[in-house]
Ligand binder design. Structure first.
Ligand SMILES: Nc1ncnc2c1ncn2[C@@H]1O[C@H](COP(=O)(O)OP(=O)(O)OP(=O)(O)O)[C@@H](O)[C@H]1O
Ligand SMILES: [Mg+2]
Length: 281
């Protein structure tokens, strides 16, 4: 949305030719939105060409698209700073959307705040600081049902079926838990309100390889229990292996989108986003 009309130049300051301009897409292809428009019609949650950012004059997202059909597990990958967290925050009313729309079951939810989104069925687990360290596991989970306290017992049963360790350690302070356990508390708290769609920002970040496996397994379990999941992951390969569809976000735009299996085997995606480790496997 920035209105930069200056002549495009290369690194040395030379003016770019039209051919160079067309070629110089920095790995970003021109996206044909028709598939998104067609496929997203009956989706549970739809993000349509949104522009959003933190300061009025700078857009971080430049027309990002996303949809998740009921029951899908969606993965969002991309380099650091691509705007992945900003996309989830925009979906949860934490970053102002300047243009474009977000819809849930066809209803406009653009720029609604958490207190309106949670009762509509949107849950969100931020990338960092996602538990109350001073509170016990049980108190953290109670915070999850503050809008419907009578639902606590039923929801506690649901989340502790998924994460049995949380029931056993319910009186323990969240701040004293391991990173993996804290991540469980954060996901469980979001699940306490019985969301239709759960937005997860890098749930495996900072965890040991074993705990990462656990988190991917749990995310799949949550999804199998009927919750639509939109997950951002730095661990791109693992994310694409478990998700139904994936999006590669680059510089605030969709660079690629396909099934997780297609993306993880796509030479361009491997070269640009999955790194040398992926090639070696
Ligand atoms: N609170 C903020 N205020 C201003 N700019 C921000 C803020 N948060 C993020 N940004 C900027 O927005 C851009 C996108 O950040 P974002 O956190 O969405 O990236 P990301 O894809 O989630 O990266 P990472 O993989 O490192 O988590 C970056 O340039 C970042 O510096
Ligand atoms: Mg992020």
């Amino acid at each position: 949305m920035t209105d930069d009309k200056s002549t495009p130049v290369d690194d040395t300051g030379e003016e770019l030719t039209q051919a160079e301009l067309e070629d110089d897409t920095a790995g970003i292809q021109q996206i044909d939105r028709s598939e998104h428009v067609e496929q997203s019609k009956d989706a549970l949650v739809v993000v349509d060409e949104i522009y959003a950012g933190y300061s009025p004059e700078v857009d971080i997202l430049h027309g990002a698209d996303l949809y998740a059909k009921e029951g899908e597990l969606i993965g969002i990958i991309g380099p650091n700073g691509a705007g992945k967290s900003t996309l989830l925050k925009s979906m949860f009313g934490m970053v102002r959307v300047r243009q474009g729309a977000i819809r849930l079951r066809g209803e406009q939810i653009t720029n609604l705040k958490a207190h309106s989104l949670v009762p509509r069925g949107v849950g969100y687990v931020p990338q960092t600081n996602n538990v109350f360290g001073q509170l016990t596991i049980e108190e953290n989970l109670e915070m999850g049902t503050y809008l419907k306290p009578k639902k606590f017992a039923e929801r506690f049963g649901f989340v502790t079926d998924l994460f049995p360790v949380l029931a056993k350690q319910r009186k323990q302070r969240a701040g004293s838990l391991s990173g993996g356990e804290r991540q469980m508390v954060a996901m469980a708290r979001a699940l306490m309100m019985n969301p239709s769609v759960l937005l997860l920002d890098e749930p495996s970040a900072g965890l040991s390889p074993m705990m990462q496996d656990e988190v991917f397994y749990q995310t799949k379990q949550i999804n199998s229990a009927g919750v639509t999941v939109v997950m951002v992951e730095q661990n791109a390969r693992r994310c694409l292996q478990i998700c139904d569809r994936g999006y590669v976000l680059d510089q605030g735009r969709n660079a690629y989108t396909a099934s997780g299996a297609d993306l993880v085997n796509d030479p361009k995606v491997i070269e640009l986003y999955l790194g040398t480790l992926a090639k070696a496997r």
